[in-house]
Design a protein around this ligand. Structure first.
Ligand code: TMP
Length: 191
């Protein structure tokens, strides 16, 4: 909100619940990549960790039965999942969000490898406002430690690596969501 990105969050109620605007979700997952990882490496044989010379934006159709396939802007307009104007706005917002978060995470000594965003329309009578929806968390971003490249995101689960819980709490701790004391307690409990 502070950088002018309209989003669905109205207020946080507690650690588990939020009050949000009811959006008509655009059925697309927008992935912005700064470094090659995940499906990009598999689909095109690009080496994991390759720094991309500019952020790469990809659109995936939200359809679990089809395994969320990669789609082009032509597909999106042809099948009416979003208009040309909406695609333009989504592209520009996604790049701004990525730019902001790259710097934000860097200040926490974390590399933002890629992230997935979702947008939706909030209807106010006949008018609709495009808003960022869903969530941004280690479930839908790739976050690597700046110094060691240790994965601090859901890839720990996907790749059967240990310490998923600790990695998520490490991110929460660096972001100031949990205190040093709470974080240390977690480490002790895990040992
Ligand atoms: P990918 O490399 O598997 O295509 O994932 C790119 C990014 O999108 C990564 O940060 C994980 C996120 N993502 C989701 O949030 N939900 C999904 O269903 C998928 C496939 C990826």
């Amino acid at each position: 909100s502070e950088i002018g990105i309209k989003n669905h969050l109205i207020k946080r109620i507690n650690m588990r619940e939020q009050l949000v605007y009811n959006l008509e979700i655009i059925p697309l997952e927008i992935v912005v990549r700064n470094v090659a990882a995940g499906s990009l490496t598999k689909r095109l044989g690009i080496k994991e960790g390759k720094l991309l010379n500019r952020p790469l934006v990809e659109f995936y159709l939200k359809n679990d039965l089809l395994n969320d396939p990669l789609v082009s802007e032509e597909h999106i307009v042809t099948f009416g999942w979003a208009s040309n104007d909406e695609i333009e706005e989504i592209l520009s917002l996604s790049l701004r969000i990525n730019d902001f978060l790259l710097g934000f995470f860097l200040s926490k000594k974390i590399r933002l490898i890629d992230l997935k965003l979702e947008f939706g329309k909030f209807w106010d009578g006949e008018e609709s406002i495009l808003m960022l929806g869903d969530e941004i968390s280690p479930d839908n971003c790739r976050l690597w430690d700046l110094n060691t490249n240790k994965k601090l995101d859901k890839d720990r689960f996907r790749e059967d690596l240990e310490e998923i819980d600790t990695a998520y709490k490490e991110v929460a701790h660096r972001l100031g969501v949990i205190s040093e004391e709470q974080f240390k307690k977690t480490l002790k409990n895990e040992i």
